[in-house]
Design a binder for this molecule. Structure first.
Ligand code: 2P0
Length: 351
């Protein structure tokens, strides 16, 4: 008799915000980056994707819904993730013949984001990380977070960094097949527990230029880009890992702000130019700069960073909450183009 049972597994994956940015691919098909990157994983209690993966002999097609609407999963990136996970399950089934043949069943994937999709809030990162881990859990794969990061990377580059909590690096790798282009934990969140992030939403609308096409245009046309990828980022990766290991907020803040500005400079140097930051974003930079200029010991109190959109993420230490978050929230009260703010903790991502 055919097995009509529905097998199911669920997981959460958090958003990560890079402090050394990924921008540029050395291999678009395998989704391999031109430079390494480093991010901070935010608490999954707030911004996160929740995904349930199920499979059954009764399902007639693979499907994915996001916030209730059916998604196209025929793209090469999603297919690469599904095929690889199925193949790994097949290998497990071949070793243990008593296991149900889940690899032969169609998959139903149901995802919910609790934040705006594609508005520069790292939705694809949390989305693909949750998709890959939910299916890996469903298939009971004996894979480590680093192994899963290699699969999630093929869905969306930044997703590989959302499979771990705390401070996470994505090593660009040297191999043409991408097997060494994976994420690793630099330090767990508990190593630097007073790190905080404040997300300032300037616009929750979908961004004009997708990251994928924006970075391709940058690689093809920016004269500054090679210098960033070859010279600037490799030095900053080392310096940022050191700053995290030593809990050196001054170094962390300076590197974070410089790398955000360098990334937006190569966007501006792209043909046609890409403007992710707007006047509201620049106002946040000025607030941050004036807070830092007024710091009693001359050391930065906060650091801004902007991804592929106008929203700001402000990193600061808990002891400076009142000064930093208080100042930004007062400004928000003046309605200067901000739609809202969300304080984030940097916690360990749960499995
Ligand atoms: C980052 N961003 O490191 C950088 C900073 C945006 C700016 O990773 O083409 O959506 O899916 O691999 O991961 C956004 O790029 O791009 C990104 P794909 P992804 O977080």
């Amino acid at each position: 008799m055919a097995d009509s049972q529905v097998h199911r597994a669920s997981t959460f994956a958090p958003v990560n915000i890079a402090v050394i940015k990924y921008w540029g691919k050395r291999d678009a098909k395998l989704n391999l980056p031109t430079n390494s990157s480093l991010s901070v994983t935010l608490s999954q209690d707030d911004l996160r994707t929740h995904t349930t993966a199920s499979c059954s002999s009764t399902f007639d097609r693979d499907s994915l819904t996001l916030n209730g609407s059916d998604q196209d999963i025929s793209g090469a990136r999603t297919q690469a993730c599904l095929q690889e996970l199925r193949q790994l399950r097949q290998e497990v089934e071949q070793k243990d013949g008593s296991l149900p043949k889940l690899s032969e069943f169609r998959l139903k994937i149901v995802s919910e984001n609790n934040f705006p999709t594609a508005a520069g809030l790292a939705s694809s990162a949390a989305g693909f990380a949750a998709l890959v881990r939910a299916i890996a859990n469903l298939y009971e794969l004996p894979a480590t977070p680093t192994e899963l990061s290699r699969i999630a990377r093929q869905g969306s580059g930044s997703a590989c960094r959302s499979l771990m909590g705390g401070y996470v690096a994505w090593e660009k790798g040297e191999r043409a097949d991408g097997l060494d282009s994976v994420a690793y934990e630099v330090s767990p969140a508990s190593h630097w527990p007073n790190m905080q992030a404040l997300i300032l939403v300037a616009s929750a609308e979908k961004k004009d230029v997708s990251s994928t096409s924006g970075m391709q245009q940058t690689v093809a046309s920016s004269a500054l880009f090679a210098h960033r990828a070859d010279e600037v980022v490799p030095k900053r990766m080392k310096a940022m890992e050191k700053a995290v290991h030593e809990q050196d907020f001054e170094a962390f803040a300076v590197l974070t702000m410089k790398d955000s500005n360098n990334f937006h400079a190569v966007c501006l140097d792209t043909q046609p130019p890409i403007f992710y930051m707007n006047d509201t974003s620049r106002a946040a930079v000025r607030v941050c700069e004036s807070l830092n200029a007024a710091s009693p010991d001359g050391k930065p109190l906060c650091a801004y960073t902007f991804d592929a959109g106008p929203n700001a993420v402000i990193y600061y230490l808990a002891e400076n909450e009142e000064q930093v978050a208080g100042t930004f929230k007062n400004i928000l009260g003046d309605k200067t183009g901000w739609e809202g703010a969300r304080g984030q903790k940097v916690n360990k991502a749960g499995a």
